[in-house]
Design a protein around this ligand. Structure first.
Ligand code: MLT
Length: 199
């Protein structure tokens, strides 16, 4: 998997960045620097190509997910994160997964469906992928999620609520932020996530 690694200051946060459909490993770097200017960054490029756009798993149309690809790519992502973390000497529990849209979706799926010590996530505009095969408790997870409200053409109220419930019902500590800007990431919500990280 293609990735970008930038070491930050030792006391800085450690971010794993996962872009939205059509992005690449550079897409969320500026956002990460707003979250923490001293951060270390491990940023992936989704290796699935859809009409020239990078994604983290296949789909067969808008919100019609290829579940075989989703499971395969989730395993692959966790394996690569584990390998790079060992190589860089960064414990898995030190990372904060930061994803937008498609990248947020695979990251949330990873935390819900794989037993891992990865334990923090900032997910911009994620949705439920409607896969709920696991029931292990998520009390070690701290999650921040944002939702673009009725203006979001991709994430419905129901789908977002289902994702929040999936975390909450299994005891994750989840913070929800609603914005009026649809699927776009706004500076307001980035600032909110920054404050959440400090707390
Ligand atoms: C997805 O495919 O993961 C969601 O529809 C979000 C997106 O379009 O990237």
């Amino acid at each position: 998997m293609e990735y970008l690694y930038q070491a930050g200051k030792p006391e800085g946060k450690k971010f794993i960045l996962l872009h939205g459909t059509g992005g690449d490993e550079t897409s969320l770097v500026d956002l990460a620097k707003v979250l923490d200017a001293d951060s270390t960054i491990l940023s992936f490029r989704g290796k699935i190509e859809e009409d020239g756009m990078n994604r983290f798993f296949k789909r067969n149309g808008l919100n019609q997910f290829d579940f075989e690809s989703l499971e395969k790519e989730t395993d692959n992502l966790l394996e690569v994160i584990t390998e790079i973390s060992a190589e860089k000497g960064i414990p898995l529990e030190d990372w904060i997964l930061v994803g937008y849209s498609n990248g947020a979706n695979i990251a949330a799926h990873l935390l819900l469906e794989r037993e891992t010590t990865l334990s923090k996530g900032i997910f911009f505009h994620p949705m439920s992928l409607e896969v709920h095969t696991q029931s292990f408790i998520l009390a070690d997870k701290k999650i921040w999620v944002s939702y673009g409200g009725a203006q979001d053409p991709i994430v419905s109220d129901e789908s977002f609520a289902e994702l929040v419930a999936a975390f909450r019902d299994r005891d994750a500590d989840i913070t929800v932020v609603e914005t009026p800007y649809g699927h776009q990431v706004s500076m307001d919500e980035v600032q909110n996530a920054r404050e959440w990280l400090k707390g």
